[in-house]
Write a protein that binds this ligand. Structure first.
Ligand code: S3P
Length: 179
């Protein structure tokens, strides 16, 4: 085997896979499993925001407000989108900013997970780390927010229903998409 020749052959650059979608659609579980399966780097925008600011997301919302959180989110997305070969796990509101979508699409394929509000409510009702659902009537808030965000999620390149979360089937679908 000619190792010198092998070394010189450039590696193919792989575009990012960006997982978007409403809270509770299974983005994190899927993105981690997908990254493992494809041998890519997993990056969570929310984790990067917490690392960089040293503050958990619920406290960023509480102390500095949503606009400040969105600013951090935009900055991190810009930085992360510069790299390749990643599976990027985004927060549910990342699609709202036009600039974020431009950055995602520049270098990647955007896949949106989708589940009906009733399913989202059941999945998220016990979690305490989602400031936007920490309201008196979270079920109604989920309906309202997911309706308002629909046009933004529609801008993704592909949509996958995750109501009955069959992770292996979803990974297969995405593997076909990126071929
Ligand atoms: C948000 C979703 C959260 C997190 C923040 C805002 C949103 O992420 O980014 O609380 O606006 O939908 P998950 O979608 O991972 O819960």
């Amino acid at each position: 085997m000619n190792l010198e020749r092998q070394k010189k052959r450039p590696l193919p650059i792989m575009r990012n896979i960006i997982i978007v979608g409403f809270m509770g659609t299974g983005k994190t579980t899927l993105a981690k499993a997908l990254a493992k399966k494809l041998g890519r780097t997993y990056v969570s925008i929310d984790d990067e925001i917490e690392k960089r600011s040293g503050v958990v997301i619920s406290d960023i919302f509480k102390n500095k407000g949503e606009a400040y959180f969105r600013k951090l989110e935009r900055e991190i997305i810009e930085i992360v989108s510069e790299k390749n070969d990643q599976v990027i796990d985004t927060g549910g509101g990342a699609v709202l900013d036009k600039e974020n979508m431009v950055n995602f699409k520049k270098n990647g394929v955007v896949i949106c997970l989708w589940s009906p509000p009733g399913v989202i409510f059941e999945r998220t009702k016990k979690s305490i780390h989602r400031p936007l659902l920490n309201v008196e009537d979270p079920e109604n808030e989920i309906k309202k927010l997911s309706q308002a965000r629909r046009p933004f999620y529609e801008k993704a390149d592909f949509h996958i229903d995750t109501a009955d979360f069959d992770i292996n089937a979803i990974i297969k679908k995405i593997s076909k998409i990126i071929k």
